[in-house]
Design a protein around this ligand. Structure first.
Ligand code: ADP
Ligand code: MG
Length: 276
């Protein structure tokens, strides 16, 4: 285990750390001629639930991956609780930052139990692994008998719960989620999202979620960042976004759930009138 471990562990997992949980300073990422992330500066407070929204290709995933060093910035700095991520061993960093993505990619030939414990296994933690797995299954509301099953024996929603359990196994303070519920049916997605929000609050996590579902962002997050062409075009609370005063990019995204809601209300009124 690296020397920076105890400091990083306490700083990342303690919501009371003084500075922001995450600080991006003039961060840029180019791929050849493409600028995926274009000079973003941003601070995210500990305990916040941030949604990153925007059209496909706007740079959301790239931004997320620079936080846990799946990719490094071309320019600029990323700090986590005042520590530059460049100075932290990527393996240690990823143990302190949970990462959940679409089609979670559980290891198909490993049991659910081993899939959940893989981070602990890689960290060389031998003690109490099965107890921790039991605790995590309970946390994500999966029955204990799932532990011995194989991934293909679980539904998509159950597999995504395993993904969340796996990400939480090493007790990270920070969770990065890249369209985590995107591949699920709307009912399952809604209930998983709600349950994750409760977990975020209960465990005192800091979460950044990428979603293309604006309604999900409005419902889950306390802060919404709208990305376009590698830049943050709006940075607002759900209420501010709904008020419609935060710019055209944001308005274009909010217009869809707003129109859907209006449509449903109109339909239900029509239906009510028919019955009356
Ligand atoms: P989003 O998650 O918002 O859909 P991404 O961050 O994945 O956007 O991509 C932003 C831009 O960077 C896109 O134009 C994409 O094609 C490009 N890009 C992302 N990753 C790579 C890569 N590994 N190599 C080349 N181009 C990439
Ligand atoms: Mg993406």
């Amino acid at each position: 285990m690296g020397e920076s471990w105890p400091i990083v562990a306490t700083m990342i997992s303690s919501p009371s750390a003084s500075g922001p949980a995450i600080s991006l300073q003039n961060v840029r990422r180019t791929y050849g001629a493409i600028t995926a992330v274009d000079d973003i500066s941003l601070e995210i407070g500990a305990g916040s639930f941030v949604a990153l929204v925007g059209l496909s290709g706007s740079g959301k995933s790239t931004l997320l991956k620079m936080i846990n060093r799946l990719t490094d910035p071309t320019a600029g700095e990323v700090l986590i609780a005042d520590d530059n991520v460049k100075a932290i061993d990527p393996h240690i960093l990823r143990r302190r930052i949970g990462y959940v993505f679409q089609n979670i990619g559980l290891f198909p030939h490993m049991t659910i139990s081993r899939n959940i414990a893989i981070g602990l296994e890689l960290a060389g933690e031998k003690e109490g692994r099965s107890e921790r797995v039991a605790e995590l299954l309970e946390l994500v509301e999966l029955p204990q008998e799932m532990a011995t099953r194989m991934p293909h024996q679980l539904s998509g929603g159950q597999q995504q719960r395993v993904g969340v359990a796996r990400a939480l196994a090493t007790r990270p303070g920070l969770m990065l989620m890249d369209e985590p519920f995107g591949a699920l049916d709307p009912v399952t997605r809604d209930s998983l999202a709600g349950q994750y929000k409760a977990l975020h609050d209960k465990l005192g996590l800091t979460t950044i979620i990428v979603t293309h579902d604006m309604a999900e962002a409005l419902y889950l997050a306390d802060r919404i960042l709208v990305m376009e062409d590698g830049q943050i075009k709006a940075d607002a609370t759900p209420a501010e976004l709904l008020s419609g005063d935060v710019g055209d990019e944001a308005e274009a995204l909010v217009a869809v759930p707003r129109a859907q809601a209006a449509h449903l209300i109109a339909l239900s009124k029509k239906d009510g009138a028919k019955k009356a």
